[in-house]
Ligand binder design. Structure first.
Ligand SMILES: CC(C)(COP(=O)(O)OP(=O)(O)OC[C@H]1O[C@@H](n2cnc3c(N)ncnc32)[C@H](O)[C@@H]1OP(=O)(O)O)[C@@H](O)C(=O)NCCC(=O)NCCS
Length: 408
């Protein structure tokens, strides 16, 4: 009777370009499910070794699971993507870390031997489904003082985190944001991002004249190359009067989708699929909801302990930039410089955007490319903070490293 634990690998990851949420955004007329379907189709196109019949599961995340993000997305996206009806699917939600959780949940099942190959990803159309749409928080959260009211508003939790780390000033957050934009622009100039983007055809409309034709989206809409400290200095602080969090040092409100193939290493090798990253460990942790941006620290501690590694063993970091302050708190905790070259080499969510439930796979796709380029790096991690006080971390091994697969 098999009671298996097997090596799990990240085979490939793609995403749609990310858009700005709202009537002027590129995806205003595009359905959320169509975005993730395009990502799945592209994965299949570029991995012909993966026979669709052999996909054991489709795990698709969305934070707001209603309308075109409802109806058990994994199943409906599978059918819309043309997968055989025999391939099952489900939907998943852990807010910002939803796609990351789709990957770890799938990976756990692969390790156990229940599945050989899974599609895992996520979508969030924050234009069609604004954060908090349809939610009905229990009044006891506040009346029983279980959480401070600010815990429900992510930008306020970022201001709270600034309070906890008085050394992280607005100036430092803005400097970090400028660097994120610079690194993203450089990554684009060097063709690092485009290779994993799925072009999306979109319908364009204009309020006055109606439909104006079709376009092809091939690049991230939110990017603001050339951002300077002077540009950021004068921006409003919408979450607190005289606060520190602005539209310039936070991720925006965005639309987009991601998808990845997670498989057992054995299956990937047998089917001639790439092995881009090997899963080492993962962990989730809860923290005070009022300072949810602190979550990646205990999650990383847990993931490191499970892996038998220390932070010094990690030489590439993909940290989701929900807010600059939350990345800086992580770096400060570990004594890593704000501009450390191992951190978010291609820039982050401050530049690209953060369509909540899709972002985890963007981090993984970028880390996989960095592993390919830097075989001297053995371990990297992807980490995210999560609304209502959580953190999520996955540690990966670089299969291109000379000692990969062996003991530490
Ligand atoms: C911060 C936030 C409220 C800003 O929303 P917004 O006001 O719609 O954002 P905009 O893109 O319109 O930017 C606001 C202003 O800043 C300016 N701006 C933004 N980034 C800039 C940059 N890099 N350089 C210069 N100006 C910039 C915009 O041009 C705009 O100026 P305007 O008011 O003169 O038009 C919103 O992005 C937000 O809530 N982000 C956090 C999302 C979140 O919580 N995610 C979950 C994480 S857990």
């Amino acid at each position: 009777m098999p009671r298996t634990v097997r090596d799990v690998v990240f085979v490939d990851g793609v995403r749609t370009p990310f858009g700005k949420a709202g009537p002027k955004g590129i995806y205003h007329e595009t359905r959320a499910d169509d975005l993730v379907v395009k990502a799945i189709r592209e994965l299949l196109r570029r991995n012909p070794g993966l026979d669709p019949k052999k996909i054991d599961e489709v795990a698709i995340a969305a934070t707001t699971q209603i309308g075109d993000q409802g109806l058990t997305l994994g199943r409906t996206a599978g059918i819309l993507a043309g997968l055989p009806q025999s391939v099952p699917g489900y939907s998943i939600d852990r807010m910002c870390a939803s796609a990351l959780t789709a990957v770890t949940t799938a990976a756990g099942s692969v390790a156990f031997g229940a599945y050989d190959a899974v599609i895992a990803g996520g979508v969030e159309h924050m234009g069609r489904h604004p954060m908090g749409e349809g939610v009905d928080p229990n009044p006891r959260f506040v009346s029983d003082k279980l959480v401070d009211e600010s815990a429900l508003f992510m930008g306020m939790t970022a201001e709270n985190l600034h309070d906890r780390y008085p050394t992280i000033t607005k100036q430092r957050a803005d400097e970090y944001a400028v660097r994120s934009q610079e690194k993203a622009a450089k990554a684009y100039a060097n063709g690092k991002i485009q290779q994993d983007l799925v072009p999306i055809s979109v319908r364009n409309t204009n309020a006055e004249v109606g439909e104006t034709g079709w376009g092809l989206v091939t690049a991230d809409e939110p990017m603001r190359p050339g951002t300077t400290l002077e540009n950021l200095a004068g921006l409003k602080t919408p979450f607190r009067v005289h606060g520190r969090v602005t539209a310039g040092n936070a991720a925006g409100l965005n639309d987009g989708a991601t998808a990845s193939i997670i498989a057992s290493e054995e299956f990937a090798r047998e089917h001639d699929l790439p092995v881009r990253m090997r899963l080492v460990s993962y962990a989730f942790a809860g923290v005070e909801p009022e300072v949810m941006g602190y979550g990646p620290i205990p999650a990383t501690e847990k993931a490191l302990a499970k892996a038998g590694l220390s932070i010094e063993d990690i030489n590439l970091f993909e940290i989701n930039e929900a807010f600059a302050v939350q990345v800086l708190a992580f770096l400060e905790h570990y004594g890593i410089a704000d501009d450390d070259a191992r951190v978010n080499q291609y820039g982050g969510a401050i530049a690209y955007g953060h369509p909540l439930a899709s972002s985890g796979v963007r981090l993984m796709t970028q880390l996989a490319r960095q592993f390919e380029e830097q075989p001297e790096v053995r371990y990297g991690l992807t980490t995210m903070c999560v609304g209502f006080g959580m953190g999520a971390t996955v540690i990966w091994e670089n299969p291109h490293h000379k000692d990969a697969g062996g003991d530490k």
